[in-house]
Design a protein around this ligand. Structure first.
Ligand SMILES: *[C@@H]1O[C@H](CO)[C@@H](O)[C@H](O)[C@H]1NC(C)=O
Ligand SMILES: *[C@@H]1O[C@H](CO)[C@@H](O)[C@H](O)[C@H]1NC(C)=O
Ligand SMILES: *[C@@H]1O[C@H](CO)[C@@H](O)[C@H](O)[C@H]1NC(C)=O
Ligand SMILES: *[C@@H]1O[C@H](CO)[C@@H](O)[C@H](O)[C@H]1NC(C)=O
Ligand SMILES: *[C@@H]1O[C@H](CO)[C@@H](O)[C@H](O)[C@H]1NC(C)=O
Length: 220
């Protein structure tokens, strides 16, 4: 299941406007925002950027619906996804072993988070925000590969049969405690995760198949 083709939608949707004699483009795209408050999970489609952790505003401005944890399915997100969370159990439900290209995580809780690892496929851009007014407001990580520039990636999107680049990231959830700056470390050209990282606890879920080149990133 993990080897299915997956491409990030890095394209944007534009709307063409005309005012008097001027034409202009406007970025027009709904964003997916998922947040949890108490035990309720809301999945929203928002046109505007909503201030982090402002649940009331999100309910007001976005098109939201409640998701029952029992019926929740892991989904792939090939554009952007924002999650506001207060504990790691929800992140685990929403994100562990899913595919997300462009992820923004905002920690809205106050209790320190334990060190746990989230495995995210296909992650190319991560933004992290803590509510805690510490020294570290918004931080971000962009993951790319030296063998595959963004532009080529985009152009080769439909005929990348030669060698399949697979991005996989491991994210330490204690990074939201803001004790230090966000760091990331990528290892490229990994042909087999089991072979190169034998001590990863659950490395057995990674297929050792043919012609895949992994970009393995640790975010902490
Ligand atoms: C949230 O909604 C989007 C569509 O707006 C959908 O693709 C996605 O699967 C939903 N996620 C969850 C966890 O329900
Ligand atoms: C996009 O967001 C607006 C509100 O922000 C909402 O009214 C509209 O239904 C959303 N569109 C989709 C396709 O969800
Ligand atoms: C993600 O799944 C792995 C394997 O089941 C597990 O070891 C890990 O603790 C999970 N991550 C979180 C944040 O729960
Ligand atoms: C990975 O392989 C590509 C092409 O095979 C090469 O251009 C690139 O330098 C390699 N990267 C590293 C970090 O070894
Ligand atoms: C792996 O790549 C080689 C050459 O690049 C190709 O001949 C072969 O068919 C590929 N194998 C698979 C299973 O895609």
């Amino acid at each position: 299941a993990y080897s299915r083709r997956f491409h990030c939608l890095m394209m944007v949707d534009y709307i063409f406007y005309q005012t008097n004699s001027h034409f202009y483009y406007k970025y027009q795209k709904n964003h997916t925002l998922i947040f949890t408050k108490e035990s309720i999970i809301r999945n929203c489609s928002c046109l505007a950027d909503i201030r982090d952790c402002d649940y009331n505003l999100a309910n007001l401005m976005c098109n939201c619906r409640t998701v029952l944890p029992s019926t929740m399915e892991k989904t792939n997100y090939n554009s952007d996804l924002t999650i506001w969370f207060t504990d790691t159990s929800v992140l685990e439900m929403l994100l562990n072993f899913t595919r997300v290209c462009d992820l923004k995580l905002s920690f809205c809780g106050t209790a320190p988070l334990p060190t746990e690892y989230l495995t995210i496929w296909g992650l190319r851009k991560l933004r992290v925000k803590n509510k805690v007014k510490g020294q570290f407001p918004e931080q971000s990580v962009t993951i790319s590969s030296s063998s595959n520039h963004e532009k080529e990636d985009f152009l080769a999107m439909h005929n990348k049969d030669r060698q399949m680049l697979v991005y996989i990231s491991f994210l330490d959830t204690s990074l939201f405690n803001g004790y230090s700056l966000l760091k990331s470390y990528s290892v490229e050209n990994v042909s087999s995760i089991t072979e190169h990282f034998p001590s990863l606890l659950y490395s057995d879920v990674f297929s050792t198949s043919d012609n895949k080149s992994y970009v393995v990133t640790f975010i902490y």
